[in-house]
Design a binder for this molecule. Sequence first.
Ligand SMILES: [Zn+2]
Length: 233
Amino acid sequence: MSQISQLLLYQQKDSELLKIEQEIAGSEERKKYAQTKSYLNKASEKLDKLEAQSQAVLKHLDELNKRYAEISETLKDFDHLDDLMESGADLSFYQRNISQLIEKIKGLKAEIAALTASAKETTEEYQSMRKKVIAAQKQYPELQNAYKNFKASKQEESDKITGELSAIAKDIDPEVLRKYQAKRSERIFPIICEIKSDRCSKCGIELSIADKEKVSAGKVVECENCHRILYKA
Ligand SMILES: [Zn+2]
């Protein structure tokens, strides 16, 4: 049982450390820093994507413009239709050909216009994002420093607590302490809880028959539901 009182003492001290950790994690300094960091990561991916998108559109546009030029060139051949007619050629055949080409060129024109608009949109999105990224990059070192300084301002206090924890830990079974730390890293807190009326006082689950026997024998058990370490006072 002295293990338990020592563990409870440890946990009590540890809660002070946890408070500092939570204060740092919940601070405006950390939030602003973390937000900007994650924004910059995402933005750089997005910028790469926009750039690739823009390259693809430009390539497609280039192809369409080439095809447009080719058809325009073919249409020039029909400038001499009068001569052809005079030589007794089948006029309706040429007319059909011309109207097909004109339809094609109309379609191409529309496609080129749509792509040009899309390219413009992509470029504008890229530019506006780049501006924001540059602004965030400028701000980043400042935010990083503010966060670092805030953490540093708590260092002395947390070092003092860590020292006190080490002193208490000397009287605790290393295996038990390892278990405690594992739970602590899983964000379970408090870790050591009292058994009240054969139930975990934290989550209310009743102990199994086997665990009740262990507790009667003076042993510590683990809650089957919330996995806290349970003891009987
Ligand atoms: Zn529980």
